[in-house]
Design a protein around this ligand. Structure first.
Ligand code: FNR
Length: 191
């Protein structure tokens, strides 16, 4: 059966490198794998008083349903002060409830990151791995994708043109797809 992957970039910027990396992943996905990019712009700050079935913001409900229905979730995180941007942590916090049986529990997930700097958001990716493990998501253990000096790897039209990165990303997506088939449950059973 075809796999449906939901992709989340931890950036709201129109020109986000991490969203561009997800767009490159869409184009490089193995056949039979569909990647849909989710926008976090309308997700408000977490408020426990609003986190009830009666009061939950509509955008949060949509995000949770998208994750529940997906076979896997692909994250691309920027690095802010050596960690995960609040925008992404906040979205995960919403989706992670109720603890231990949220849409992330048992969900295969994989992590990428891009930065103009030399480390390719590697520190943020390590932080994100721990955050996701706390939700009982099944995090692809290895590899991650760290796109360093990202501005040099895309052209002016926003295309990923750095050939070694394209090849690495394609191989990574194939491994993630195998991981999903190994550890994932049918999305309908997990929802
Ligand atoms: C940054 N940036 C950054 N880069 C990095 O490699 N390590 C870091 O710790 C930080 N810290 C940091 C903090 C804050 C508050 C901002 C706004 C930025 C730079 C960051 O990698 C850069 O802005 C990226 O372009 C952000 O990702 P998107 O929006 O392009 O996906």
């Amino acid at each position: 059966a075809p796999l449906r992957i939901v992709a989340i970039a931890g950036s709201l910027r129109h020109g986000s490198w991490n969203r561009r990396l997800l767009e490159a992943a869409q184009a490089l996905a193995p056949s039979g794998v569909r990647i849909d990019i989710v926008d976090l712009a309308d997700v408000p700050l977490y408020d426990g008083d609003q986190d009830t079935d009666e009061t939950r913001p509509a955008a949060v409900g949509r995000l949770k349903q998208l994750v529940a229905d997906a076979d896997g979730v692909l994250f691309s995180t920027p690095e802010f002060n050596h960690s995960v941007p609040g925008v992404l942590q906040n979205a995960i916090d919403w989706v992670s409830r109720p603890a231990m049986r949220s849409p992330l529990a048992g969900k295969p997930v994989a992590i990428m990151g891009a930065s103009p700097g030399a480390l390719g958001a590697a520190r943020a990716q390590q932080q994100l791995k721990l955050v996701l493990m706390s939700t009982l998501a099944h995090v692809l253990p290895h590899p991650g994708v760290s796109v360093a000096m990202v501005a040099e790897k895309f052209d002016a039209a926003g295309e990923l043109v750095h050939e070694p990165t394209r090849q690495f990303l394609a191989a990574f997506l194939a491994q993630f797809s195998t991981w999903i088939r190994q550890v994932g449950r049918p999305a309908s059973a997990a929802a």
